[in-house]
Design a protein around this ligand. Sequence first.
Ligand SMILES: *Cc1c(COP(=O)(O)O)cnc(C)c1O
Length: 283
Amino acid sequence: METAIAKSLKQVMEKVNSAIKNSTKTNRCTLVGASKTKPIELLQQAYDAGLRHFGENYVDEIVTKSPILPQDIKWHYIGHLQSNKIKQVLVPNLYMLETIDSIKQGKRLIILNQQFFITLIRLATKVNKECQKLSKKLKVLIQVKTSTEDTKSGVSAEDVPALVEFIMTQCPNLEFSGLMTIGYEGDENAFIQLYDLKIQICEKFKLNKDEIELSMGMSQDFEKAILYGSTNVRVGTTIFGARDYPMKSQCKEEHIDVAETKQNEQKAENKQTEAQQEEKKSE
Ligand SMILES: *Cc1c(COP(=O)(O)O)cnc(C)c1O
């Protein structure tokens, strides 16, 4: 008997394929199952129905799930990464880290440029170093903060070229593979902005635009995102059903919800400040 997951996965796959056919901006797209908070059994069902790319937001979950599930799964890390969790997130079959960003946000105008640059490259530097220790070459995406989005994570578009250049020239264990954004549901402007940025980056760094990824689009807007050039859609709810966050209390600090309420955002901000202070202490 076909499981509910197999059925919804099949529908999503069909939609992805027809969106690819209708898109003038991409002729391929990877479906990443965003499986945060979902139990192993449901991931296994999706695997059995043919899904191979899974995305997790919480380091604890990827650490728990990846050794148990089949080893040919290609894991994507799609959550905010704190530097004290880098070692753990580098599980053997981590395929792509989608969320290279800078550690501090919004301080650009009040700190010196040199210092800003150090902040911008800090996460990439640390991930590269840990990959070096493991002799691992890791695909990374830069998470971009699109103008219409007010989430805390992501590099602003104007700073992306400097970070790309740094990764390409100074991080031999990282493979710059493209750009990612979260954006608001169905936000065409974010899609357009990210696509234009990709073209700009490809021209500047002489990269093949067919090989550079654009990770955008989720349950509510993945078809639209593909029309606008997405090559990597992250679909959770539509495949796995609604989330009830049973693990939220354990994993709060890594969770960046797309539709956080103002209150939650404030809390998250306080938490981030705490985390940054922690980080400073540990350095
Ligand atoms: C949870 C999550 C998704 C999936 O969202 P759905 O709306 O459930 O499809 C995609 N990307 C990121 C970064 C997420 O955190």
